[in-house]
Write a protein that binds this ligand. Structure first.
Ligand code: SF4
Length: 491
């Protein structure tokens, strides 16, 4: 990478958060072509959750800006903090919320500490550094030490408040080092390399730019089954691209990987074959038995998909599509029916479970297809909570067929991901709402839940959620149908 004298100007807390997620993201945020950014619902979801946490934490309305600090409001929002960093950098931050606490500041017998809303299960480095930069600049402004910040999280049942000690040497050193490294990265003419942990890219606004570059370069992370640590090992062995992996001898790789552990050497053949499949566009059968024997005599299938809210820890929608087998033997997709079961406030889980049970009973001998393990785990736990017997739980488990697991067991296909979106699109399925995904469905759910009764946007949000869920069921069917056809063609 070439170093140029980029004028860094100011480093913001937002840039620091981006950098913690991915070094390249911070660079692109500053110098990337803004028109290439893709909208992602994650920021909106995060702000929405933060707002809920703040309301639960501080019922009284906070004041705004410096005036609110001077008058000693209980909470303050909309404040812009400026000052110098540990190495003299010009810093700027916008704390989400300040809470008044006991102490002495330039404004009187009180001071403030920063508060942020935490999404996810634990406090991360991103949360710690955000609080640390806010704390540092707040100290300059209020003329009083900021010894801690709060990370708060509202769940369905309670509010968690975690106190983060900002005086610790470790956190101050972490802030200093991170700001220094971020500054260094921003001086380069070219962006840092694509992250080795490509899972981060799914929710990143730069995914369009980076995915295109990764494909064009034949990036190793494009090979399905190669995560960050395996990619690092392959680099050490001199394998730097999809093409070089595809051309490698499997036995030689197996031997070389043995020093890194059996878990790596065992999959040498698999990753080379996957790279070859992706390079040449080949499909390969891995298991000669039928992938979906249950469908041969089934009178029909139910396809099941859930939509979840991870913060509330609830599955808010259970969707079923019913597809009957025609007397002639084919599947009656035109007559397919969608049955959504929404978990509403006024209903308890018991009500949803009764309706799900009723549906499964009505189509007793029909297998239930789903994609990935989430659905079956979720419904199993729900049945357990509702006091179903061990025999019932066993029967329940036996009815569910994970199409993703069957695909992985029986076929190798030329895709960089075996996720539903990727495989169903490859099989020819088109989602009726382009760009929709689980995060968008969650956003629509929250908009629907919070909107005024009968409003236009409320009914639209619900329509979009149901359409998305129905499409996911039909996409699952598309993959199952492909597997079933292969069963017929290769018998
Ligand atoms: S898409 Fe991935 S590699 Fe690119 S900036 Fe975002 S997280 Fe980093």
């Amino acid at each position: 990478m070439k170093k140029v004298s980029h004028d860094i100007k100011v480093i913001t807390d937002r840039l620091l958060r981006s950098w913690v997620r991915c070094r390249r993201k911070a660079w692109l945020d500053r110098y990337g072509a803004q028109e290439q950014r893709l909208w992602t619902p994650h920021r909106t979801l995060q702000l929405d959750h933060q707002q809920r946490s703040f309301v639960a934490f501080m019922p009284q309305k906070p004041g705004r800006g410096i005036g609110a600090c001077i008058t000693g409001k209980h909470g303050v929002i909309g404040l812009r903090l400026k000052g110098l960093g540990p190495s003299g950098q010009l810093l700027e931050s916008h704390p989400s919320l300040l809470e008044r606490i006991q102490g002495k500041s330039i404004w009187g017998d009180f001071s403030y500490r920063p508060v942020l809303g935490r999404q996810g299960r634990r406090v991360t480095r991103e949360h710690r550094l955000s609080l640390a930069i806010n704390g540092l600049l707040l100290e300059h402004l209020q003329g009083a030490k900021v010894s801690e910040g709060l990370a708060i999280c509202k769940t369905k049942t309670h509010l968690t408040i975690e106190h983060i000690n900002l005086e610790k040497d470790r956190i101050q050193k972490e802030l200093k080092d991170s700001l220094h490294k971020l500054e260094e990265d921003l001086r380069f003419k070219d962006p840092p390399p694509i992250t080795s942990d490509r899972r981060k890219c799914v929710i990143c606004s730069w995914r369009g730019v980076c995915n295109a570059e990764a494909i064009a370069e034949g990036h190793l992370s494009e090979v399905c089954g190669i995560g960050a640590s395996r990619r690092k090992i392959l680099h050490e062995l001199g394998i730097n691209s999809l093409d070089s992996l595809a051309g490698f001898d499997p036995e030689t790789l197996k031997k070389s990987l043995r020093v890194y552990g059996e878990q790596h050497s065992d999959i040498a053949h698999q990753i080379i074959s996957q790279a070859k499949a992706q390079k040449n566009g080949n499909i390969e059968r891995l298991d000669p038995t039928k992938a979906l024997p249950e469908l041969i005599k089934a009178p029909g299938v139910l396809i099941y998909d859930i939509e979840s809210d991870p913060d509330a820890r609830e599955d808010f929608l259970h969707g079923f599509v019913r597809v009957e087998k025609k007397l002639s033997g084919g599947w009656d997709l035109k007559g397919a029916k969608y049955h959504p079961i929404l978990l509403l406030f006024e209903h308890r889980e018991k009500y949803s479970w009764e309706r799900i049970k009723c549906k499964m009973k009505k189509y007793q001998n029909w297998p239930i297809l789903h994609y990935g393990e989430t659905e079956v785990l979720s419904i199993y736990k729900m049945a357990e909570r509702q006091g179903e017997s061990k025999e019932q739980l066993k029967l329940l488990q036996n009815r569910f067929i994970d199409i993703h697991a069957r695909l992985r067991k029986h076929w190798r296909i030329p895709l960089n991901s075996y996720g539903l979106k990727s495989v169903a699109q490859w099989s020819g399925f088109k989602w009726s709402q382009p760009g929709a995904d689980g995060a968008k469905a969650l956003l629509w759910w929250r908009q629907w839940r919070d909107a005024e009764h009968q409003s236009w946007s409320r009914s639209n949000s619900l329509r979009w959620i149901l359409q998305y869920n129905q499409d996911d069921c039909l996409a699952t069917w598309k993959v199952a149908e492909w597997l079933f056809e292969q069963d017929q063609n290769h018998s």
